[in-house]
Ligand binder design. Structure first.
Ligand SMILES: *[C@@H]1O[C@H](CO)[C@@H](O)[C@H](O)[C@H]1NC(C)=O
Ligand SMILES: *[C@@H]1O[C@H](CO)[C@@H](O)[C@H](O)[C@H]1NC(C)=O
Ligand SMILES: *[C@@H]1O[C@H](CO)[C@@H](O)[C@H](O)[C@H]1NC(C)=O
Ligand SMILES: *[C@@H]1O[C@H](CO)[C@@H](O)[C@H](O)[C@H]1NC(C)=O
Length: 375
Protein backbone atom coordinates (compact mmCIF):
# COMPACT_ATOMS: atom_id res chain seq x y z
CA UNK A 1 0.00 0.00 0.00
CA UNK A 2 2.94 2.31 0.51
CA UNK A 3 2.85 5.03 -2.07
CA UNK A 4 6.18 6.04 -3.46
CA UNK A 5 4.90 9.07 -5.29
CA UNK A 6 2.47 11.38 -3.58
CA UNK A 7 0.74 13.97 -5.65
CA UNK A 8 -2.06 16.28 -4.51
CA UNK A 9 -5.70 15.27 -4.99
CA UNK A 10 -7.19 15.81 -8.42
CA UNK A 11 -8.19 19.37 -9.18
CA UNK A 12 -11.94 19.57 -9.48
CA UNK A 13 -11.96 20.72 -13.10
CA UNK A 14 -10.53 17.39 -14.20
CA UNK A 15 -13.74 15.77 -13.14
CA UNK A 16 -15.54 17.66 -15.87
CA UNK A 17 -13.17 16.52 -18.55
CA UNK A 18 -15.66 14.14 -20.10
CA UNK A 19 -18.53 16.57 -20.31
CA UNK A 20 -16.45 19.20 -22.06
CA UNK A 21 -15.76 16.75 -24.83
CA UNK A 22 -19.25 15.41 -25.26
CA UNK A 23 -20.67 15.49 -28.74
CA UNK A 24 -23.67 17.81 -29.00
CA UNK A 25 -26.05 14.94 -29.33
CA UNK A 26 -25.16 13.39 -26.01
CA UNK A 27 -25.12 16.79 -24.30
CA UNK A 28 -28.65 17.31 -25.57
CA UNK A 29 -29.64 13.91 -24.27
CA UNK A 30 -28.19 14.72 -20.86
CA UNK A 31 -30.04 18.03 -20.75
CA UNK A 32 -33.25 16.38 -21.83
CA UNK A 33 -32.95 14.10 -18.83
CA UNK A 34 -33.67 16.93 -16.47
CA UNK A 35 -30.46 18.89 -16.22
CA UNK A 36 -28.21 16.04 -15.21
CA UNK A 37 -24.71 17.32 -14.44
CA UNK A 38 -21.39 15.72 -15.10
CA UNK A 39 -19.54 13.83 -12.44
CA UNK A 40 -22.33 13.08 -9.99
CA UNK A 41 -19.97 10.40 -8.79
CA UNK A 42 -16.19 10.32 -9.25
CA UNK A 43 -16.13 7.01 -11.09
CA UNK A 44 -18.14 3.98 -12.12
CA UNK A 45 -16.68 0.48 -11.89
CA UNK A 46 -18.64 -2.16 -13.78
CA UNK A 47 -18.67 -5.94 -13.32
CA UNK A 48 -20.75 -8.65 -14.92
CA UNK A 49 -21.72 -10.40 -18.13
CA UNK A 50 -22.77 -9.51 -21.67
CA UNK A 51 -25.52 -7.23 -20.38
CA UNK A 52 -22.68 -4.96 -19.22
CA UNK A 53 -19.69 -5.82 -21.45
CA UNK A 54 -18.46 -2.93 -23.62
CA UNK A 55 -15.61 -4.76 -25.31
CA UNK A 56 -13.45 -6.79 -22.93
CA UNK A 57 -14.15 -9.95 -24.88
CA UNK A 58 -12.74 -8.36 -28.05
CA UNK A 59 -9.35 -9.02 -26.51
CA UNK A 60 -9.91 -12.70 -25.79
CA UNK A 61 -8.39 -14.91 -28.46
CA UNK A 62 -10.58 -17.93 -28.07
CA UNK A 63 -13.92 -16.62 -26.86
CA UNK A 64 -16.98 -17.00 -29.03
CA UNK A 65 -18.94 -14.67 -26.74
CA UNK A 66 -18.12 -11.66 -28.88
CA UNK A 67 -20.12 -8.91 -30.52
CA UNK A 68 -17.43 -6.79 -32.17
CA UNK A 69 -18.82 -7.24 -35.67
CA UNK A 70 -21.89 -6.06 -37.56
CA UNK A 71 -24.82 -5.85 -37.17
CA UNK A 72 -24.05 -5.13 -33.54
CA UNK A 73 -23.56 -1.42 -33.04
CA UNK A 74 -25.59 -0.45 -36.08
CA UNK A 75 -27.20 2.35 -34.04
CA UNK A 76 -24.08 3.18 -32.04
CA UNK A 77 -22.35 6.47 -32.96
CA UNK A 78 -20.75 5.91 -36.40
CA UNK A 79 -22.45 2.48 -36.50
CA UNK A 80 -19.43 1.06 -34.74
CA UNK A 81 -19.51 -2.52 -33.41
CA UNK A 82 -17.73 -2.08 -30.07
CA UNK A 83 -18.30 -5.44 -28.47
CA UNK A 84 -21.61 -4.40 -26.94
CA UNK A 85 -24.34 -6.98 -27.40
CA UNK A 86 -26.76 -4.37 -28.69
CA UNK A 87 -27.70 -2.38 -31.75
CA UNK A 88 -26.60 0.69 -29.77
CA UNK A 89 -26.00 1.24 -26.09
CA UNK A 90 -26.51 -1.31 -23.32
CA UNK A 91 -28.16 -0.70 -19.97
CA UNK A 92 -24.89 0.25 -18.28
CA UNK A 93 -24.36 3.01 -20.84
CA UNK A 94 -27.70 4.56 -19.94
CA UNK A 95 -27.06 4.29 -16.22
CA UNK A 96 -23.70 6.00 -16.76
CA UNK A 97 -25.38 8.74 -18.81
CA UNK A 98 -27.81 9.37 -15.96
CA UNK A 99 -24.82 9.71 -13.67
CA UNK A 100 -23.44 12.44 -15.90
CA UNK A 101 -20.99 10.46 -18.01
CA UNK A 102 -20.84 10.08 -21.76
CA UNK A 103 -21.59 6.36 -21.56
CA UNK A 104 -20.06 3.35 -19.81
CA UNK A 105 -16.42 3.73 -18.85
CA UNK A 106 -14.12 1.90 -21.29
CA UNK A 107 -13.40 -1.79 -21.10
CA UNK A 108 -10.46 -2.68 -18.90
CA UNK A 109 -8.61 -4.58 -21.60
CA UNK A 110 -8.86 -1.64 -24.01
CA UNK A 111 -6.81 0.63 -21.76
CA UNK A 112 -3.38 1.53 -23.03
CA UNK A 113 -0.90 4.19 -22.14
CA UNK A 114 -2.39 6.21 -25.00
CA UNK A 115 -5.77 6.36 -23.29
CA UNK A 116 -6.64 9.65 -21.62
CA UNK A 117 -4.55 9.79 -18.46
CA UNK A 118 -7.44 10.07 -16.00
CA UNK A 119 -9.23 7.15 -17.57
CA UNK A 120 -6.12 5.04 -17.92
CA UNK A 121 -5.43 5.40 -14.23
CA UNK A 122 -8.92 4.21 -13.43
CA UNK A 123 -9.92 7.51 -11.92
CA UNK A 124 -13.06 7.84 -14.04
CA UNK A 125 -14.03 4.22 -13.76
CA UNK A 126 -13.49 1.08 -15.76
CA UNK A 127 -15.70 -1.64 -17.12
CA UNK A 128 -14.52 -5.17 -16.28
CA UNK A 129 -17.63 -7.01 -17.52
CA UNK A 130 -17.19 -9.99 -19.81
CA UNK A 131 -19.89 -11.60 -21.92
CA UNK A 132 -20.43 -15.25 -21.04
CA UNK A 133 -19.26 -14.88 -17.46
CA UNK A 134 -21.33 -15.53 -14.37
CA UNK A 135 -21.23 -15.30 -10.63
CA UNK A 136 -19.80 -18.80 -10.32
CA UNK A 137 -16.28 -19.39 -11.60
CA UNK A 138 -17.53 -22.52 -13.32
CA UNK A 139 -19.87 -20.51 -15.55
CA UNK A 140 -18.56 -19.67 -19.01
CA UNK A 141 -14.99 -19.57 -20.17
CA UNK A 142 -14.45 -15.82 -20.36
CA UNK A 143 -13.34 -13.42 -17.61
CA UNK A 144 -14.89 -14.76 -14.42
CA UNK A 145 -16.16 -12.35 -11.80
CA UNK A 146 -13.34 -13.48 -9.53
CA UNK A 147 -10.90 -12.42 -12.23
CA UNK A 148 -12.77 -9.15 -12.84
CA UNK A 149 -12.37 -8.32 -9.16
CA UNK A 150 -8.68 -9.24 -9.32
CA UNK A 151 -8.28 -6.81 -12.20
CA UNK A 152 -9.98 -4.15 -10.13
CA UNK A 153 -7.70 -4.92 -7.21
CA UNK A 154 -4.64 -4.42 -9.42
CA UNK A 155 -6.02 -1.18 -10.78
CA UNK A 156 -6.74 -0.01 -7.27
CA UNK A 157 -3.14 -0.66 -6.22
CA UNK A 158 -2.01 1.44 -9.17
CA UNK A 159 -4.37 4.23 -8.18
CA UNK A 160 -2.99 4.11 -4.65
CA UNK A 161 0.52 4.72 -5.92
CA UNK A 162 -0.69 7.68 -7.97
CA UNK A 163 -2.67 9.62 -5.44
CA UNK A 164 -2.58 9.96 -1.69
CA UNK A 165 -4.49 7.45 0.41
CA UNK A 166 -7.21 9.77 1.64
CA UNK A 167 -8.50 10.79 -1.82
CA UNK A 168 -8.36 7.16 -2.95
CA UNK A 169 -10.62 6.24 -0.10
CA UNK A 170 -13.09 8.94 -1.10
CA UNK A 171 -12.77 8.16 -4.79
CA UNK A 172 -13.82 4.59 -4.15
CA UNK A 173 -16.33 5.17 -1.38
CA UNK A 174 -18.24 7.76 -3.43
CA UNK A 175 -18.04 5.84 -6.68
CA UNK A 176 -20.69 3.47 -7.95
CA UNK A 177 -19.99 -0.23 -8.34
CA UNK A 178 -22.39 -1.59 -10.94
CA UNK A 179 -22.90 -5.32 -11.22
CA UNK A 180 -25.08 -7.14 -13.71
CA UNK A 181 -24.74 -10.91 -13.58
CA UNK A 182 -26.46 -14.19 -12.77
CA UNK A 183 -28.28 -15.00 -16.02
CA UNK A 184 -25.49 -17.15 -17.40
CA UNK A 185 -25.26 -19.16 -14.20
CA UNK A 186 -28.95 -19.93 -14.53
CA UNK A 187 -28.56 -20.95 -18.18
CA UNK A 188 -25.61 -23.16 -17.27
CA UNK A 189 -27.59 -24.84 -14.49
CA UNK A 190 -30.57 -25.35 -16.76
CA UNK A 191 -28.33 -27.03 -19.33
CA UNK A 192 -27.34 -29.64 -16.74
CA UNK A 193 -30.76 -30.01 -15.15
CA UNK A 194 -33.77 -28.76 -17.06
CA UNK A 195 -36.39 -29.87 -14.56
CA UNK A 196 -35.01 -29.37 -11.04
CA UNK A 197 -37.31 -30.12 -8.11
CA UNK A 198 -37.95 -27.59 -5.35
CA UNK A 199 -35.04 -28.74 -3.21
CA UNK A 200 -32.64 -28.54 -6.12
CA UNK A 201 -33.88 -25.10 -7.13
CA UNK A 202 -33.51 -23.75 -3.60
CA UNK A 203 -30.06 -25.25 -3.32
CA UNK A 204 -28.89 -23.75 -6.58
CA UNK A 205 -30.26 -20.31 -5.73
CA UNK A 206 -28.62 -20.44 -2.30
CA UNK A 207 -25.26 -21.40 -3.82
CA UNK A 208 -25.48 -18.59 -6.34
CA UNK A 209 -26.47 -16.01 -3.72
CA UNK A 210 -23.71 -17.14 -1.41
CA UNK A 211 -21.06 -16.79 -4.11
CA UNK A 212 -22.48 -13.37 -5.01
CA UNK A 213 -22.10 -12.42 -1.36
CA UNK A 214 -18.42 -13.39 -1.45
CA UNK A 215 -17.82 -11.15 -4.46
CA UNK A 216 -19.60 -8.24 -2.82
CA UNK A 217 -17.60 -8.68 0.37
CA UNK A 218 -14.37 -8.74 -1.64
CA UNK A 219 -15.30 -5.47 -3.32
CA UNK A 220 -16.27 -3.94 0.00
CA UNK A 221 -12.89 -4.90 1.41
CA UNK A 222 -11.27 -3.17 -1.56
CA UNK A 223 -13.09 0.07 -0.75
CA UNK A 224 -16.42 -0.20 -2.58
CA UNK A 225 -19.35 1.24 -0.63
CA UNK A 226 -22.10 2.11 -3.11
CA UNK A 227 -23.45 -0.89 -4.98
CA UNK A 228 -25.85 -0.62 -7.90
CA UNK A 229 -26.93 -4.14 -8.74
CA UNK A 230 -29.00 -5.07 -11.77
CA UNK A 231 -31.10 -8.18 -11.28
CA UNK A 232 -31.70 -11.01 -13.75
CA UNK A 233 -34.49 -10.44 -16.29
CA UNK A 234 -37.07 -13.10 -17.17
CA UNK A 235 -34.48 -14.88 -19.30
CA UNK A 236 -36.94 -17.65 -20.15
CA UNK A 237 -38.69 -15.17 -22.45
CA UNK A 238 -35.63 -14.40 -24.58
CA UNK A 239 -35.88 -15.51 -28.21
CA UNK A 240 -33.38 -18.34 -27.67
CA UNK A 241 -35.28 -20.13 -24.86
CA UNK A 242 -38.54 -19.50 -26.71
CA UNK A 243 -37.03 -21.23 -29.76
CA UNK A 244 -36.41 -24.30 -27.57
CA UNK A 245 -40.01 -24.40 -26.39
CA UNK A 246 -42.34 -26.34 -28.74
CA UNK A 247 -45.19 -24.00 -27.73
CA UNK A 248 -43.09 -20.89 -28.40
CA UNK A 249 -43.87 -19.65 -24.91
CA UNK A 250 -41.39 -18.53 -22.27
CA UNK A 251 -39.41 -21.28 -20.55
CA UNK A 252 -40.95 -20.96 -17.12
CA UNK A 253 -38.24 -22.77 -15.22
CA UNK A 254 -35.68 -20.16 -16.27
CA UNK A 255 -37.94 -17.35 -15.09
CA UNK A 256 -38.57 -19.15 -11.83
CA UNK A 257 -34.85 -19.48 -11.16
CA UNK A 258 -34.34 -15.81 -12.07
CA UNK A 259 -37.07 -14.72 -9.68
CA UNK A 260 -35.71 -16.98 -6.95
CA UNK A 261 -32.24 -15.55 -7.38
CA UNK A 262 -33.49 -11.96 -7.45
CA UNK A 263 -35.38 -12.53 -4.24
CA UNK A 264 -32.28 -14.01 -2.61
CA UNK A 265 -30.25 -10.97 -3.68
CA UNK A 266 -32.63 -8.62 -1.86
CA UNK A 267 -32.42 -10.70 1.28
CA UNK A 268 -28.65 -10.98 0.99
CA UNK A 269 -28.20 -7.23 0.53
CA UNK A 270 -30.42 -6.46 3.47
CA UNK A 271 -28.23 -8.73 5.58
CA UNK A 272 -24.93 -7.50 4.20
CA UNK A 273 -25.74 -3.82 4.51
CA UNK A 274 -26.67 -4.29 8.13
CA UNK A 275 -23.34 -5.90 8.94
CA UNK A 276 -20.94 -4.04 6.65
CA UNK A 277 -20.83 -0.50 7.92
CA UNK A 278 -21.21 2.15 5.27
CA UNK A 279 -22.54 -0.16 2.58
CA UNK A 280 -25.26 1.43 0.44
CA UNK A 281 -27.12 -0.28 -2.32
CA UNK A 282 -29.92 -0.35 -4.79
CA UNK A 283 -31.14 -3.36 -6.72
CA UNK A 284 -32.47 -2.35 -10.12
CA UNK A 285 -35.02 -4.68 -11.60
CA UNK A 286 -34.54 -5.53 -15.22
CA UNK A 287 -36.97 -8.33 -14.37
CA UNK A 288 -39.75 -5.82 -13.75
CA UNK A 289 -38.86 -3.72 -16.78
CA UNK A 290 -38.84 -6.63 -19.22
CA UNK A 291 -41.91 -8.35 -17.80
CA UNK A 292 -43.70 -4.98 -17.86
CA UNK A 293 -42.93 -4.64 -21.56
CA UNK A 294 -44.12 -8.19 -22.24
CA UNK A 295 -47.38 -7.55 -20.37
CA UNK A 296 -48.10 -4.28 -22.07
CA UNK A 297 -46.07 -3.86 -25.24
CA UNK A 298 -48.20 -1.38 -27.22
CA UNK A 299 -48.45 1.10 -24.38
CA UNK A 300 -44.65 1.23 -24.25
CA UNK A 301 -44.21 1.51 -28.01
CA UNK A 302 -43.29 -2.09 -28.81
CA UNK A 303 -44.56 -4.09 -31.76
CA UNK A 304 -42.44 -7.23 -31.34
CA UNK A 305 -41.60 -8.83 -28.03
CA UNK A 306 -40.89 -12.43 -29.01
CA UNK A 307 -38.69 -12.36 -32.09
CA UNK A 308 -35.20 -10.88 -32.01
CA UNK A 309 -34.41 -8.10 -34.42
CA UNK A 310 -31.21 -9.78 -35.56
CA UNK A 311 -30.55 -13.50 -35.90
CA UNK A 312 -31.80 -16.59 -37.66
CA UNK A 313 -34.23 -19.46 -37.20
CA UNK A 314 -37.29 -19.62 -35.00
CA UNK A 315 -37.85 -16.23 -33.32
CA UNK A 316 -34.46 -15.24 -34.76
CA UNK A 317 -33.38 -17.05 -31.63
CA UNK A 318 -31.45 -20.02 -32.97
CA UNK A 319 -28.23 -18.23 -33.83
CA UNK A 320 -26.52 -15.01 -32.95
CA UNK A 321 -26.37 -11.67 -34.67
CA UNK A 322 -23.57 -12.41 -37.11
CA UNK A 323 -22.74 -10.43 -40.28
CA UNK A 324 -24.76 -12.85 -42.40
CA UNK A 325 -27.84 -12.72 -40.15
CA UNK A 326 -30.90 -10.72 -41.12
CA UNK A 327 -31.96 -7.75 -39.03
CA UNK A 328 -35.04 -5.59 -38.70
CA UNK A 329 -35.37 -1.95 -39.67
CA UNK A 330 -37.71 -0.74 -36.92
CA UNK A 331 -35.33 -1.57 -34.12
CA UNK A 332 -36.98 0.67 -31.53
CA UNK A 333 -40.13 -1.43 -31.84
CA UNK A 334 -38.33 -4.61 -30.75
CA UNK A 335 -37.82 -5.77 -27.18
CA UNK A 336 -34.88 -7.98 -28.16
CA UNK A 337 -31.89 -7.18 -30.32
CA UNK A 338 -30.52 -10.72 -30.59
CA UNK A 339 -31.28 -14.17 -29.19
CA UNK A 340 -30.44 -13.12 -25.62
CA UNK A 341 -30.04 -9.34 -25.41
CA UNK A 342 -32.28 -6.29 -25.35
CA UNK A 343 -32.32 -3.50 -27.92
CA UNK A 344 -30.94 -0.02 -27.33
CA UNK A 345 -34.58 1.09 -26.87
CA UNK A 346 -35.19 -1.49 -24.14
CA UNK A 347 -31.94 -0.65 -22.37
CA UNK A 348 -32.88 3.02 -22.45
CA UNK A 349 -36.21 2.29 -20.82
CA UNK A 350 -34.53 0.06 -18.23
CA UNK A 351 -31.91 2.72 -17.50
CA UNK A 352 -34.55 5.36 -16.77
CA UNK A 353 -36.73 3.02 -14.71
CA UNK A 354 -33.83 1.85 -12.58
CA UNK A 355 -32.36 5.32 -12.16
CA UNK A 356 -35.49 7.35 -11.49
CA UNK A 357 -38.18 4.74 -10.92
CA UNK A 358 -40.39 3.69 -8.06
CA UNK A 359 -39.63 0.79 -5.73
CA UNK A 360 -41.08 -1.59 -8.27
CA UNK A 361 -38.06 -0.89 -10.48
CA UNK A 362 -35.33 -0.23 -7.92
CA UNK A 363 -35.28 -0.86 -4.22
CA UNK A 364 -34.89 -0.10 -1.39
CA UNK A 365 -33.90 3.17 -3.10
CA UNK A 366 -33.42 3.96 -6.78
CA UNK A 367 -30.03 4.56 -8.39
CA UNK A 368 -30.52 8.30 -8.34
CA UNK A 369 -30.92 8.21 -4.57
CA UNK A 370 -27.91 5.94 -4.29
CA UNK A 371 -25.84 8.40 -6.31
CA UNK A 372 -27.07 11.41 -4.36
CA UNK A 373 -26.62 9.82 -0.93
CA UNK A 374 -23.99 11.94 0.80
CA UNK A 375 -23.28 9.92 3.93
C1 LIG B 1 3.44 2.67 -24.05
O1 LIG B 1 3.68 1.29 -23.90
C2 LIG B 1 4.44 0.72 -24.94
C3 LIG B 1 4.47 -0.79 -24.79
O2 LIG B 1 4.41 -1.17 -23.45
C4 LIG B 1 5.83 1.34 -24.92
O3 LIG B 1 6.62 0.80 -25.95
C5 LIG B 1 5.69 2.86 -25.11
O4 LIG B 1 6.94 3.46 -24.98
C6 LIG B 1 4.75 3.43 -24.08
N1 LIG B 1 4.48 4.83 -24.40
C7 LIG B 1 4.51 5.78 -23.48
C8 LIG B 1 4.16 7.17 -23.97
O5 LIG B 1 4.76 5.58 -22.31
C1 LIG C 1 -34.99 -33.78 -5.74
O1 LIG C 1 -34.08 -34.42 -6.62
C2 LIG C 1 -32.96 -35.00 -5.97
C3 LIG C 1 -31.98 -35.49 -7.03
O2 LIG C 1 -32.65 -36.11 -8.06
C4 LIG C 1 -33.44 -36.11 -5.06
O3 LIG C 1 -32.33 -36.68 -4.38
C5 LIG C 1 -34.40 -35.52 -4.05
O4 LIG C 1 -34.95 -36.54 -3.25
C6 LIG C 1 -35.53 -34.77 -4.73
N1 LIG C 1 -36.28 -34.05 -3.73
C7 LIG C 1 -37.62 -33.99 -3.74
C8 LIG C 1 -38.24 -33.21 -2.66
O5 LIG C 1 -38.26 -34.52 -4.60
C1 LIG D 1 -30.30 -13.17 5.85
O1 LIG D 1 -30.31 -13.31 7.25
C2 LIG D 1 -31.38 -14.12 7.73
C3 LIG D 1 -31.35 -14.04 9.25
O2 LIG D 1 -30.05 -14.21 9.74
C4 LIG D 1 -31.18 -15.54 7.22
O3 LIG D 1 -32.23 -16.36 7.65
C5 LIG D 1 -31.17 -15.50 5.69
O4 LIG D 1 -30.88 -16.78 5.18
C6 LIG D 1 -30.13 -14.53 5.20
N1 LIG D 1 -30.28 -14.43 3.76
C7 LIG D 1 -29.25 -14.53 2.95
C8 LIG D 1 -29.58 -14.51 1.49
O5 LIG D 1 -28.10 -14.63 3.33
C1 LIG E 1 -23.63 -17.27 -40.67
O1 LIG E 1 -22.35 -17.80 -40.76
C2 LIG E 1 -21.96 -18.58 -39.67
C3 LIG E 1 -20.53 -18.96 -39.77
O2 LIG E 1 -20.01 -18.58 -41.01
C4 LIG E 1 -22.87 -19.79 -39.58
O3 LIG E 1 -22.50 -20.60 -38.49
C5 LIG E 1 -24.29 -19.32 -39.41
O4 LIG E 1 -25.17 -20.41 -39.41
C6 LIG E 1 -24.67 -18.35 -40.52
N1 LIG E 1 -25.93 -17.77 -40.18
C7 LIG E 1 -26.85 -17.51 -41.09
C8 LIG E 1 -28.07 -16.81 -40.61
O5 LIG E 1 -26.74 -17.83 -42.25
Amino acid sequence: MASTMRVPPLPLHHRHYLLLHLPLLVTAAVLALGGAQAGKVPAIYVFGDSTADVGNNNYLQRSNAKANFPHNGIDFPFSRPTGRFSNGYNGIDFLAIHMGFRRSPPSFLSLTNKTNHQIFKGLKGVNFASGGSGILDSTGSTITMTKQIQYFSTLRSNIMTQIATEPTYHLLSKSIFLISSGGNDIFAYFTKNNSPNTTEKDQFVATLASQYENHLKALFTLGARKFGLVDVPPIGCCPYPRSLNPTGGCLDILNELSLGFNKAVHSLMLNLSSTLEGMKYSVGSSYEVVSGIIRNPEALGYKEIKTACCGAGKFNGQSGCTPNATYCSERHHYLFWDLLHPTHATSKLAGSAIYYGSQQFASPINFRQLVEDEN
